[in-house]
Design a protein around this ligand. Structure first.
Ligand SMILES: Nc1nc2c(ncn2[C@@H]2O[C@H](COP(=O)(O)OP(=O)(O)OP(=O)(O)O)[C@@H](O)[C@H]2O)c(=O)[nH]1
Ligand SMILES: [Mg+2]
Length: 376
């Protein structure tokens, strides 16, 4: 499961990436700071099944805090784009492959309207213009790739081979060609296909960033919704400050987003924390809101907990509910086995749903928050 953070240059992508992953990356108030992509790990949050089953977990890959499991998801922060990127303006279009190779994309926009179309400072720029700009660039880029398909073996085969680099399957292309009733490849059909792929297979969730500088970010959220996108109001800068303060042990933040000061802080630091606290109270934890909306609500990723003992919910070392994975929406029990180990997959017989004790077939689809014993 991979999420790409992308969008126009200088809108706060790397700040958001750093807040989500706490990885050291370059952040600066100028266009094209990020050139090579940054890779890291962020988390979606789900209730730990320990409460429901009356056990205490011993997490391995997915930490648990206050009954909330933090399930890892790969995150990639790509270079920023400007108008004309598909034709090579700015840093060009190579990095669009990085963005589109993810399962789903978070597009960051600067809600404050202080970044112009080339990523330079301005006042009063309409951030909604960027949603269109980015969509157009992505569509143009994808269209040009589709048009370069080798069609010797037919439309389906040719286009799906051409798009295999961005994880589009032959079945998906087949479905798109059928739905759009495409008979031959030309400018028009390639454009339709590109739009179809972006709206069905490479969805976008908008992060309405720099909302700390905006009076009414809800208004922007409404306009984003009218364009057909889900969004989350956020301030990457505030969240980064809070997460760094928390990781250094200066503060703790509980489930209800209450902040507790743990060390003596300067008045400047206290002011910053107070500002952060107000933002949290108003808009919630935008990092987990964003990750959950993107991965669970829009992508329909399924979080599952594989175990070896269906009664104790342990692995072979006695760890209770040790691991949690985010799986693709249509993943089967076999896919889960494959994710854990190829040996488990090749010997897989069936699964058991630890809650209902019902058998799960190899090709049966996984359910969100299922705890599963794999029987090999
Ligand atoms: N006020 C405010 N400033 C922010 C926020 N997020 C980022 N910034 C500032 O915006 C500027 C650009 O941030 P980056 O994270 O480098 O932006 P980027 O989109 O990665 O930029 P490129 O890699 O150059 O495309 C920096 O000065 C950040 O401090 C935010 O939520 N609020
Ligand atoms: Mg950057």
């Amino acid at each position: 499961m991979k999420v790409a953070i992308f969008g126009k240059t200088n809108v706060g992508k790397s700040t958001l990436f750093k807040a989500l992953t706490l990885k050291e990356v370059e952040i600066a108030d100028r266009p094209f700071t990020t050139i090579s992509p940054n890779f890291g790990v962020g988390y979606v949050t789900v209730p730990c099944p320990e409460k429901e089953f009356g056990v205490k977990c011993n997490p391995k890959n997915a930490p648990c805090k206050d009954g909330i499991r933090y399930v890892p998801v790969e995150i990639i922060d790509v270079a920023g784009l400007i108008k004309g990127a598909a034709q090579g303006r700015g840093l060009g279009n190579k990095f669009l492959t990085d963005a589109a190779s993810a399962n789903i994309m978070i597009e960051v926009i600067d809600a404050s309207g202080r970044t112009d179309e080339n990523g330079n400072p301005t006042e009063g720029y309409d951030p909604l213009k960027d949603v269109e700009l980015v969509k157009n660039e992505l569509t143009e880029w994808l269209k040009s790739i589709i048009l370069r398909s080798n069609l010797r073996e037919g439309l389906e085969e040719g286009i799906s081979k051409q798009l295999s680099g961005i994880q589009i399957s032959k079945e998906q292309i087949k479905q798109a060609i059928k739905d759009l009733d495409i008979k031959k490849l030309d400018e028009n059909s390639a454009n339709l296909l590109a739009e179809y792929i972006l709206s069905h297979y490479k969805k976008i969730v908008i992060a309405i960033n720099k909302s700390d500088l905006v009076k009414d970010p809800e208004e922007i959220a409404k306009r984003v919704k009218a364009l057909g996108y889900e969004s989350v109001i956020c301030s990457a800068e505030i969240m980064l400050m809070l997460r760094e303060a928390e990781s250094k042990g200066y503060i703790s933040i509980d489930k209800e987003n209450n902040i507790k000061i743990l060390k003596k802080l300067s008045s400047q630091q206290l002011n910053a924390i107070e500002l952060g606290s107000q933002f949290l109270k108003k808009y919630g934890d935008c990092l987990s809101n964003l990750m959950n909306k993107t991965v669970i609500e829009v992508y329909h990723g399924k979080v599952v907990f594989p175990v070896e003992d269906e009664n104790k919910l342990t692995d072979s070392n006695g760890n209770v509910l040790p691991d949690a994975y985010v799986m693709d929406p249509d993943s089967t029990l076999y896919d889960l086995a494959l994710k854990i180990h190829s040996d488990i997959a090749s010997n897989l017989k069936l699964g058991i749903d630890c809650k209902t004790k019902m058998k799960i077939g190899k090709e049966e689809k996984l359910k969100h928050l299922q705890v599963i014993k794999l029987v090999a």
